[in-house]
Design a protein around this ligand. Structure first.
Ligand code: XMP
Length: 326
């Protein structure tokens, strides 16, 4: 039997009851596979790795070691949420690494988007490797691989892939949600008691805010990006748009424009609001957001975010524009 092929008669997990049955079965299988050994997991806070973490904690408790690397390119409050949910809430064995300085140093002056992506990915493997070497007795590596990853690629997508680890750090894999589709992973997440904000989290690129702080990343501009993104999310939530718009975020380009504040001329950044609806991210449309909502967001960003004097709404569908700006 091919363990990476979803059986044709496997029922789609659409209810909490079905999710509970899946959880019970996986808890049993994980215990059988892992026995009393330790398992390592890179916990990004995304849906897939969070569900795998919660499932493994249920099955083997402290035998799971979660490593959360904050690359400094997370959205506002995201790393804090990982700590709150897993360490405080589920008493997880969680290693938290604030690697912000390390990443910003590596990314200093780097303008090319693909080079930025490579640096962010490579640095993650390096940090994960360092942590794995510090820990003793790890025999397994858990990953949030889901079924579309198996169908669409060679098994794991970039942000799950810690396959770049050196030869002497190869572990046996534990991939409990590898046969599930995304919507099923979310139902399992709910059944495991994870918060809605985590389970229904919109897609967030592995390189995080790094590809939304256009060009060479600067600290102040990254902060303007993080703060404006938080305001956008807050106001979309208040306007009940969070569940209606597929992905939304802000972008801060690496140029300034003129403005006037307190009677004086300023030279500040623009903030671009990007919101899209899509089924598979291959094409996307731009939702018609109520003017009053856009105005409120613009007013708040201009009043609350330092160094910003202009707010724009991106009207471009995919194609020809991509969803991300770089
Ligand atoms: P584009 O910009 O190509 O984005 O229209 C399509 C979807 O993919 C996400 N995206 C990424 N996800 N690493 C990721 O894990 C990346 O480097 C990356 N670039 C884009 C994007 O957010 C959108 O959902």
């Amino acid at each position: 039997m091919d363990l990476n092929k979803r059986p044709e008669n496997m029922a789609r997990i659409t209810t909490v009851e079905l999710a509970n049955a899946f959880i019970d079965e996986q808890v049993k299988l994980i215990r059988e596979q892992v026995k009393d050994k330790k398992v390592l997991l890179a916990l990004s806070g995304g849906v897939d790795s969070s569900v795998v973490a919660a499932l493994l904690i249920k099955a083997i408790g402290k035998q799971l070691v979660c490593v959360h690397v904050n690359h400094g390119l997370m959205r506002k409050g995201e790393s804090e949420q990982v700590i709150k949910v897993f360490k405080d809430g589920l008493d997880a064995n969680l290693v938290y690494i604030d690697a912000t300085e390390r990443y910003l140093e590596k990314l200093k002056g780097v303008e090319d988007p693909e080079t930025k992506r490579k640096i962010i990915g490579a640095e993650f493997i390096r940090i994960f490797e360092e942590e794995a070497r510090k820990l003793e007795g790890i025999e397994f590596l858990a990953q949030g691989t889901i079924y579309p990853d198996i169908i669409e690629s060679d098994g794991v997508k970039a942000h799950h892939n810690v396959g770049g680890l050196p030869e002497d750090l190869q572990f046996e894999l534990v991939e409990p949600v590898r046969l599930l589709y995304k919507d099923e992973v979310r139902v399992v997440g709910y059944a495991l008691g994870l918060p809605k904000a985590m389970v229904d989290r919109q897609p967030f690129p592995g390189p995080g805010l790094g590809v939304r702080c256009l060009g060479a990343i600067e600290r102040n501009r990254l902060e303007a990006l993080r703060e404006s993104d938080a305001i956008l999310r807050e106001e979309f939530d208040k306007a009940n748009l969070t569940d209606k718009v597929w992905q939304f975020f802000t972008v801060v380009p690496d140029f300034r424009s003129t403005g006037v504040r307190d009677g004086k001329r300023v030279f500040d950044w623009p903030v671009i609001i990007r919101a899209v609806n899509t089924v598979d991210a291959m094409t996307a449309t731009v939702p018609e957001i109520d003017w009053a909502v856009l105005k409120k967001i613009a007013d708040r960003i201009l009043a609350e975010v330092k160094g910003v004097c202009r707010v724009l709404y991106d009207l471009s569908p995919k194609a020809p524009a991509t969803i991300e700006w770089e």
